[in-house]
Design a protein around this ligand. Structure first.
Ligand SMILES: Cc1ncc(COP(=O)(O)O)c(C=O)c1O
Ligand SMILES: [Zn+2]
Length: 434
């Protein structure tokens, strides 16, 4: 058993090598009880672990949930901590500085629905999080774990958005951050990290190279919390809040269909986990729902495996403008396959041109400027309808996970000033725009 103490300990308390890691405080992980292997079910004590000691399978958090009512959740803060009882975080999570992400808008998307022929369509718009992507949610959970483990450094390998979220959350929490990205990442995503941290590391290689490097550093260095490597089980739970919010904002019920972008696949698997937990807790009625995954064709290992009827995901070398989704060897790929097959959904992919079309379609129908990940998701939504894989008569939610200002170049050549005129009324009339 991990030793437990009731003493709160501060984030700057470092690990004393001789004495071993400091004890965990009581309730450090809320109602989480253990780490459980997703492959063989083996359980171990809560700690900074991510691989099963028996079979090397990925670990996830197991809980003993209390009875939670909708009223209690609704009385909580307007951020993801309203669901703290269902996350691996302590009861006093709101007292430690964090970016307070979540509770973003769920918008009825009638214009986009009309355009695509979908009767009842919603956009869950996560572009309005503190650093403009859903990654603020997962990072908030990872930060809590890093605190409880007394980590010295808060770090990540990233396709861009995660680095932004880690750098910002670390700055606010007063913990040293080091974030690693592929050197060819879009400039705005680099700047959006570098404003918060002196330690942005650009690596000559793709995301999978960066991820391998991060795993090596995590194995060598003590006291480093790599959010999506050695604290990944805690981190990933943050994505459940997207699923919780969708259900709450629909009036405590599940949608019939949900379309989610896939890079590592963590988000998709956790939205499904959230829906199942809500059913288990009696917070929503049990009903069938379909989960769909969206990838860009230039990095579509999961969509390829889905279409080929494979049980394994063959890694690919990414080549797409959807850089935030450019993970060629997705950690949760096989679980995405399982979920999409079990629920009767699908995993689809669209070309870079369709990604650009998806960005413009969402912008012009709903006034939401999404990044390439969202362009991918909207493009896939359209393709799913056109190919008869998604039922347009059923209630559907599409998740917009990021912000278009971070990937301006994707559409900069396609939009711009309609005309340039002299500042006179006559010149304006001559344009025919009046
Ligand atoms: C904007 C955006 N959407 C979706 C994803 C996919 O997330 P996951 O790795 O959980 O599949 C990412 C991952 O980096 C992202 O940045
Ligand atoms: Zn195992």
């Amino acid at each position: 058993m991990t030793a437990v103490t009731s003493q709160a300990q501060t984030v700057d308390q470092t690990i004393d090598q001789a004495a071993g890691p400091p004890a965990l405080r009581e309730g450090a992980f809320g109602h989480a009880t253990a780490l459980s292997c997703r492959e063989c079910g083996h359980r171990i004590d809560l700690g900074p672990h991510y691989a099963c000691p028996e079979c090397f399978g990925p670990l996830e958090i197991a809980y003993d949930f209390p009875a939670v009512t909708a009223r209690e959740i609704e009385a909580g803060p307007p951020n993801m901590w309203r669901y703290k009882a269902l996350l691996p975080v302590p009861e006093d999570i709101e007292e430690s500085p964090n970016t307070e992400p979540g509770f973003t808008r769920l918008l009825k998307a009638n214009n986009l629905g009309r355009e695509l022929g979908i009767d009842n369509l919603w956009v869950k718009d996560d572009s309005t999080n503190p650093t403009n992507s859903f990654k603020d949610r997962v990072v908030a959970c990872a930060l809590s774990a890093a605190r409880e483990f007394h980590s010295k450094v808060f770090a990540c390998p990233s396709t861009g958005n995660l680095a932004n979220a880690v750098a910002a959350a670390g700055a606010r929490a007063g913990i040293k951050t080091v974030v690693f990205i592929p050197a060819d990442l879009e400039r705005p995503k680099q700047v959006n990290s570098a404003v918060y941290t002196d330690s942005l590391v650009a690596v000559n290689g793709n995301y999978d190279d960066v991820n391998r490097l991060a795993s090596e550093i995590a194995g060598e260095e003590d006291g480093w919390a790599f959010v999506n490597v050695n604290v990944r089980p805690y981190y990933a739970e943050g994505s459940k809040t997207l699923g919780f919010e969708i259900a709450e904002q629909l009036g405590w019920r599940l949608p019939d269909q949900v379309v989610i972008p896939v890079a590592s696949g963590a988000q998709l698997t956790k939205v499904d986990k959230a829906f199942r937990e809500l059913i288990e807790l009696g917070l929503v009625e049990e009903k069938p729902y379909r989960v769909y995954g969206a990838q860009a064709t230039g990095c579509s290992p999961v969509a390829t495996a889905f279409k080929d009827g494979q049980q394994v995901v063959r890694p690919v070398r990414p080549d797409t403008i959807a850089k935030s989704l450019a993970i060629g060897n997705p950690a949760d790929g096989v679980y995405v396959l399982d979920i999409c097959r079990r629920t009767g959904g699908a995993v689809e992919d669209v070309s870079d041109d369709q990604v650009r079309e998806g960005i413009l379609l969402l912008a012009r129908t709903e006034g939401i400027f999404t990044e390439t990940a969202g362009g991918t998701t909207v493009g896939v939504l359209k393709k799913l309808v056109d190919t008869g894989q998604l039922d347009p008569t059923l209630e559907t939610v599409v998740i917009n996970t990021g912000m278009g200002l971070k990937t301006l170049d994707a559409v900069a050549d396609q939009v711009g000033a309609a005309v340039t005129i002299d500042p006179s009324y006559g010149a304006f009339v001559a344009t025919g725009l009046a």
